[in-house]
Design a protein around this ligand. Structure first.
Ligand SMILES: Nc1ncnc2c1ncn2[C@@H]1O[C@H](COP(=O)(O)OP(=O)(O)OP(=O)(O)O)[C@@H](O)[C@H]1O
Ligand code: SF4
Ligand SMILES: [Mg+2]
Length: 377
């Protein structure tokens, strides 16, 4: 059985602006309609689901007690959209992704909050067989380092059949046909890959096999945690194009995690920026990347190395991101690295300021906003 959630070990400026332009003409509505009209293997399928994460907090037990890896997150994944999540290592991206599947494992636990998925309800309350069925059939997923999580003793094809049987798929031939098709689209010989064991495949091939497993059951919601890290840039671009194509053809709701703002610019409709277990800025990708408001997002974009022009223009963010043990329990989690830091940032959680669908959590942004409103009044 491929990647049982219970056993998974957790282990450019130019590209960016070009990609933002490419994505703007895509029609989410068209994707939604196609998904609803398409005949799928899943009988109870009814178009892409919306996902609403509310006040989600996840803690890990450590020698110093339970410490929060994700704190008070509110995030919406609108039906039929691709949401990208970006943030430095340790910001809580994988923990958030695992929470969408209710797959946070000890020493971690979801301490509070909810994850409402249309058609499934609050997945944080699902248990046992209901949860197992939801994963795979309703929620396809690629966990981080999925290239290391195939069963070394079984061929990919045997694992595919095991997956199909465990989800009571009757048309196993159809499942194999779809798997070969997906592998073929990702530039591989599907028949050969299905006949192969893990050790016969390169890291990049295994990563594509992981994406195939996430898509092959026709789940409505697809969660991809760093799905292309083992791939070279050309293959990565091809795979992201295919992820986008399959997303639109099938009318999915997709959640994709990456370290790479270029990746997100190429593929995501919406973007959430994480820092210290919080979502500090979220909104439409073109707007957030085009004119970032949060000092952290601005710093991330300034740090992207240029491919041409002034190579020295990129400026690394000073300092390091916090760890579980060092993340401040009150005030703004980014303050140690922020040029705009004020006294209030030491003590008060930043307010979330909405600009339509664009939401920013920062005292300086809120203060600037209030000043502008006063000037206008
Ligand atoms: N099993 C665990 N036990 C204790 N702490 C954990 C565990 N898993 C994650 N953490 C901690 O929780 C925080 C968030 O980790 P998470 O893996 O969600 O971050 P991430 O943003 O996905 O990082 P990366 O980009 O490196 O994958 C980190 O401080 C990490 O050290
Ligand atoms: S809340 Fe304060 S410290 Fe945090 S990002 Fe905004 S200005 Fe900087
Ligand atoms: Mg991660």
């Amino acid at each position: 059985m491929f990647v049982p959630a219970e056993k998974v070990s957790m282990t450019l400026g130019e590209r960016l602006s070009a990609a933002v332009g490419v994505r703007s003409d895509r029609s989410v509505e068209a994707a939604r309609n196609r998904g609803a009209a398409e005949g799928t293997r899943d009988a109870d399928r009814s178009g892409p689901p919306g996902v609403r994460v509310r006040d989600l907090s996840v803690v890990y037990r450590t020698a110093a007690g339970e410490l929060p890896a994700v704190s008070g997150i509110d995030l919406d994944l609108p039906p039929g959209t691709i949401t990208g999540v970006v943030g430095e290592s340790g910001s809580g991206k994988s923990t958030l992704a695992l929470s969408l599947l209710n797959a946070v494992q000890p020493p971690g636990r979801i301490r509070s909050g909810s994850v409402e998925i249309d058609g499934l309800g609050d997945v944080t309350r699902l248990r046992g067989e209901d949860l197992r069925r939801a994963r795979g059939r309703h929620i396809g997923y690629v966990f981080q380092a999925a290239q290391n999580s195939l069963n070394p003793l079984k061929t990919v094809g045997k694992q595919l059949l095991d997956l199909g049987r465990s989800h009571e798929i009757r048309d196993l031939r159809g499942l194999v046909r779809d798997a070969k098709d997906l592998l073929g689209r990702m530039g591989m010989d599907g028949a050969r890959v299905l006949d192969s064991h893990q050790h016969e495949l390169s890291g990049g091939m295994r990563q594509r096999v992981g994406i195939m497993f996430a898509l092959v059951l026709n789940a409505h919601l697809v969660v991809l945690d760093e799905p292309t890290t083992a791939l070279d840039m050309i293959t990565q671009a091809t795979i992201l194009r295919i992820v986008r194509e399959v997303h639109e053809e099938r009318g999915l709701t997709t959640f994709i995690i990456t370290h790479d703002l270029g990746v997100v610019a190429e593929v995501a409709d919406r973007l959430a920026i994480m820092y210290g277990g919080r979502v500090v800025e979220q909104g439409p990708t073109t707007e957030v990347l085009g004119a970032p408001r949060h000092p952290y997002t601005q710093g991330l974009i300034r740090a992207i190395p240029r491919l041409v022009g002034d190579l020295g223009e990129a400026r690394a963010l000073p300092g390091r991101p916090p760890t579980l043990g060092t993340v401040p329990s009150r005030g703004c989690v980014f303050r140690e690295r922020c040029d705009l830091r004020m006294d209030v940032c030491e003590t008060e959680e930043p307010p979330t300021v909405p600009y339509g669908e664009w939401i920013v959590a920062c005292h300086a942004v809120a203060a600037r906003d209030a000043e502008t409103r006063e000037e206008k009044a």
